[in-house]
Design a protein around this ligand. Structure first.
Ligand code: GLN
Length: 293
């Protein structure tokens, strides 16, 4: 723990905000950084009351803070990676560049699963394919406390973070597995009551055009969905019926412009019924759900 004079911290804070504005970065990110590394809250930052305290306890020294902020400005490192923290639903999760930063819009996938689940036995098995930080698996374990949640990822580095997140929240009904999609889940064939995934869905050539925070720093494995972005979604449509129980849910996130195609693919496949599209809070068609026949 470092003790920083509040005057020094305040002048650092003003300067960091100016640099943010000059670099087209939201100056509120500086508040976010300060809140995460000190015990100051939003209100004392807004009202400036903290300047009356002589010293502020901080997890980082001023020079470490400066280094972090340089990385934000020059390397466009997302602020969530700087502080290795994201707030998602009611959880504080650890994130590093080994995992995609869970997005606010993805929070809704948990509510959609909860509102549309037809199967209510205690024997429920939920699967989160491509779990990354473990966010979706954790959200499911939270709203379905009597179910078992299975999170799968190809990346062992991502799984370490997911495991750390689940352990620090004391969620014991989640198991994590390393492997490609369903491959570690042989024993669950015909038993899965819900499959959820936020698969890679960005068309390969579009990745370079995303904001540098995403394109330069987030794992390509979590973003790149092949030529039309639908490679992994097609795979999940084809393979899920072998694992889902009748009436089980197939539910994924996707990007603008993909939902109608995915609904057609689900119908063509023949083993799903009642496909539905859900918008996110910005009104963008963001999720597709269907039931296993
Ligand atoms: N939603 C992410 C983005 O905006 C993409 C995540 C994904 O491909 N699943 O970049």
């Amino acid at each position: 723990m470092n003790s920083i004079s509040s005057q020094d911290l305040y002048s650092w804070y003003r300067q960091a905000k100016e640099m943010a504005i000059a670099n087209q970065i939201d100056p509120d990110e500086v508040d976010w950084l300060i809140k995460t590394i000190t015990n100051l809250d939003s209100l004392s930052l807004r009202l400036g009351t903290w300047q009356k305290q002589p010293q502020i306890n901080s997890a980082k020294s001023l020079s470490e803070l400066t280094k972090l902020w340089q990385q934000r400005l020059q390397e466009r490192l997302p602020v969530q990676y700087l502080v290795e923290t994201v707030f998602w639903r009611r959880f504080q999760l650890k994130v590093t560049p080994a995992v995609l930063i869970p997005r606010p819009e993805t929070e809704l996938i948990i509510d959609i699963a909860l509102a549309n689940s037809l199967i209510s036995s205690d024997q429920r098995h939920w699967v989160d394919l491509g779990t990354g930080s473990g966010a979706i698996a954790i959200g499911l374990a939270d709203v379905f406390p009597t179910a078992t949640v299975h999170g799968v990822d190809l990346s062992t580095d991502a799984l370490k973070i997911a495991q750390e997140n689940a352990s620090s929240l004391n969620l014991n009904n989640i198991h994590f597995y390393q492997g490609s999609w369903w491959s570690p889940l042989n024993a669950l064939q015909g038993k899965v009551t819900g499959m959820i995934s936020n698969p890679p869905y960005i068309p390969s050539l579009q990745i370079a055009q995303l904001q540098p925070e995403v394109a330069w720093h987030e794992p390509r494995l979590a973003l790149d969905g092949g030529d039309d972005g639908l490679d992994d979604i097609r795979y999940l449509i084809k393979t899920a019926p072998q694992y889902l129980v009748s009436g089980g849910i197939w539910l994924i996130e996707l990007m603008v412009g993909q939902a109608d195609t995915v609904v057609s693919l689900l119908i063509q496949q023949g083993e799903y019924y009642n496909p539905q599209i859900f918008a996110d809070l910005a009104g963008i068609e963001r999720f597709v759900l269907a039931y296993r026949r």
